[in-house]
Design a protein around this ligand. Structure first.
Ligand SMILES: NC(=O)c1ccc[n+]([C@@H]2O[C@H](COP(=O)([O-])OP(=O)(O)OC[C@H]3O[C@@H](n4cnc5c(N)ncnc54)[C@H](OP(=O)(O)O)[C@@H]3O)[C@@H](O)[C@H]2O)c1
Length: 338
């Protein structure tokens, strides 16, 4: 079997999961190089990795570069993705820097694997909250059409990186050390704009057009791009909740054609990457604590709107570091070499 030289950029929340996914899925790796902002040795599940300081030359001879560094002007992808491509690598980027670039395919393999072929060196991985939504909505869209989506996300701390998980843990420790006499944590807000312990806050990203956050716009624009349909009306509120890993989404949609709950269950039960977990009266519905570490997108609480024709509610939960990031990127790499 042909082997591929692979680079992983970043060893934060997503980067570590990428190393795990490559191993777990037996990706045909020839040489593996791991890059970050500083060189050091790390251990992941008992396996040692030597992390090297990132440099353009580091990408010489690399076939596939999986980027999970920070975003933005001085971030890993903006600084090094073009360098990697110039040296012959195909870049799969987890950040938002290239997602809306018309030359860059934005891919969720269960939905638009075909778009991979259009790449010119860079392929983008969508935002975590977009990925889990489109995996579930795509089969419904294909069969029944979707006119409108209204959703609220409940997003875990790890969605904001390792620093946010550390901040939540420190906040919990700070409150516990007071003997729970206060719910105000004495912790610097280094990675999230508000305290998350004993709290939720409706702000993920900065505020943008129409007072929506950047995360809310990602759900709109990325879904339009992945599903190749900018006519779907999408509106979202994104909320950070004190969960370690696993984003939940309360999704309301209106289909174009009439649809029953039984049809949705039957359809999603045989859809790739989806598990229906839906027996609410027996307490069976997906919850982040149960899906951390799982590859699939879980859906439950499937129910019709009693008042609006073709209205449907879904409760969708997935591991934001796996299907929402690392796993989706590795699945793109698998399709690429297929
Ligand atoms: N967390 C999620 O659920 C999620 C989901 C989808 C997409 N994403 C995206 O995935 C990317 C990584 O997220 P994360 O949550 O893993 O972040 P993170 O925990 O903060 O880790 C970032 C990693 O990137 C490295 N890095 C940062 N700037 C770099 C640069 N210029 N060159 C090389 N390495 C650099 C850091 O190196 P050092 O360790 O040396 O500091 C660190 O290892 C982000 O673009 C994020 O938006 C995250």
């Amino acid at each position: 079997m042909k082997k591929y030289n692979v680079a992983v950029v970043g060893v934060g929340a997503v980067g570590l999961e990428m190393l795990r996914c490559l191993k777990k899925r037996s990706f045909p790796v020839g040489e593996l190089r791991v890059f970050a902002r500083s060189a050091r040795d790390i251990e992941v599940d008992g396996e040692k990795y030597s992390v090297k300081l990132i440099s353009p030359e580091g990408f010489d001879g690399i076939d596939i570069a999986l980027f999970a560094g920070t975003e933005g002007e001085k971030g890993a992808a903006v600084t090094y993705a073009a360098e990697a491509v110039k040296r012959g690598a195909i870049v799969i980027d987890n950040g938002a820097d290239f997602r809306m670039d018309p030359k860059v395919p934005l891919v969720v393999p269960e939905v638009n694997a075909r778009d991979i072929k259009k790449h010119k060196g860079i392929i983008a991985n969508p935002n975590c909250s977009t990925i889990q939504m489109v995996v579930v909505l795509w089969p419904i869209y294909k069969k029944f059409g979707i006119k409108r989506i209204i959703l609220t996300t409940l997003q875990a701390s790890s969605g904001a990186g390792k620093g946010a998980v550390d901040q939540l843990n420190e906040e919990i420790s700070s409150i516990a050390s007071s003997g729970f006499t206060t719910i105000e944590a004495k912790v610097e807000k280094k990675s999230m704009p508000q305290q998350l312990a004993f709290n939720v806050f409706p702000q993920i990203g900065g505020f943008a057009e129409c007072d929506y956050t950047s995360e809310e716009w990602k759900l709109v624009r990325e879904t339009h791009k992945i599903m190749h349909d900018a006519k779907i009306k999408i509106t979202a509120t994104t909320v950070r909740v004190p969960v370690r890993t696993g984003h939940s989404e309360s999704i309301y949609l209106e289909t174009a054609k009439a649809i029953t709950v039984q049809q949705v269950r039957a359809l999603l039960s045989k859809s790739p990457g989806t598990i229906v977990m839906d027996d609410s009266r027996k307490g069976l519905y997906p919850m982040p604590k149960d899906i951390e570490g799982k590859d699939e997108v879980f859906v439950g609480r499937i129910r019709s709107d009693c008042f609006v024709k073709n209205g449907l509610w879904l409760w969708v939960v997935a591991d934001n570091l796996l299907k929402g990031a690392a796993l989706n990127a590795v699945q793109i790499a698998e399709k690429l070499i297929e």
